[in-house]
Design a protein around this ligand. Structure first.
Ligand code: ZN
Ligand code: FE
Length: 257
């Protein structure tokens, strides 16, 4: 399975999965039609699936137009998003599996940013290979999604599921927010050497207009404050020993940053 990252709108990424054997494509969170259409034409592939993570318009905006162009495709989304995802036909919950070509994706229920948010995790087929996580607006490189429809406790539980994945899992998050996220991170975790060097690398990459997605779970565990609610440095930064309260205070600081 080949994964293409397609920039869309101002800072979204759409991910196009391609199976060269069957020459089929699937798209994660299509914000816009044009980049998807162009890539499919280049590949000469047929679109068979839309995998939506949540109902926000910058993730489902192209659903209807893509259905019109590819009437046989299936639209997947979370069961809690019933009625909120245009054209949805498959209603997924934690533990469900989705098939794409030879690959099988596992569904993780990760509410917090929205109440029905799901993530798709494709475990490695061969040992040593990367796993692939499509997590929408739940986990970002260096940050996490805002809590629009969920509680800090829900988000901590959701992020725990992602944090438990293998370190060499690639994180295909839906926005290029990394630089801003790390600008905040450095203010709450200034002693973190891994974070400092990551911040320098990301500044450099962004000045060359390079993408910083995908990230890796291992990197996020070391540098993303929103996966570090149980680290003494984070507890100290927000004066709390409680994981959920630590997370909530960090999220609050970021909202005001
Ligand atoms: Zn969103
Ligand atoms: Fe979004």
């Amino acid at each position: 399975m080949k994964i293409y990252r397609l920039p869309a709108l101002s800072d979204n990424y759409i991910f196009l999965l391609h199976d060269p054997n069957q020459n089929i494509g699937a798209v994660v969170d299509p914000a816009e039609v044009r980049p998807v259409q162009e890539k499919l034409e280049l590949l000469g592939a047929e679109l068979v699936a839309i995998f939506n993570t949540h109902h926000h318009s910058d993730h489902v905006g192209a659903n209807q137009q893509l259905i019109r162009k590819f009437p046989k495709l299936k639209v997947y989304g979370g069961i809690e998003d019933r009625g909120r995802i245009p054209g949805q036909q498959v209603f997924l919950q934690e533990g469900d599996r989705v098939q794409f070509g030879q690959r099988v994706g596992e569904v993780l229920f990760v509410p917090g940013h929205t109440s029905g948010h799901i993530a798709y995790y494709f475990p490695p087929v061969v040992t040593g290979e990367t796993g692939e996580l499509f997590c929408g607006d739940t986990l970002f490189a260096g940050g996490c999604g805002r809590l629009f429809e969920g509680t800090p406790a829900q988000m901590v539980e959701s992020l725990s599921k992602l944090r438990n994945l293998a370190d060499n899992t690639r994180i295909w998050c839906a926005h290029e927010y990394t630089l801003k996220n790390l600008q905040f991170a450095i203010t709450v975790d200034e002693q973190n050497a891994d974070l400092k060097s990551r911040f320098a690398e990301v500044k450099e990459a962004r000045s060359r207009n390079e993408a910083t997605v995908p990230s890796m779970i291992g990197v996020e565990k070391r540098t993303n404050p929103f996966l570090r609610w149980d680290q003494p440095s984070m507890n100290l930064a927000v004066q709390s020993q409680d994981p959920v309260q630590t997370f909530a205070r960090l999220r609050g600081k970021k909202d005001r940053f």
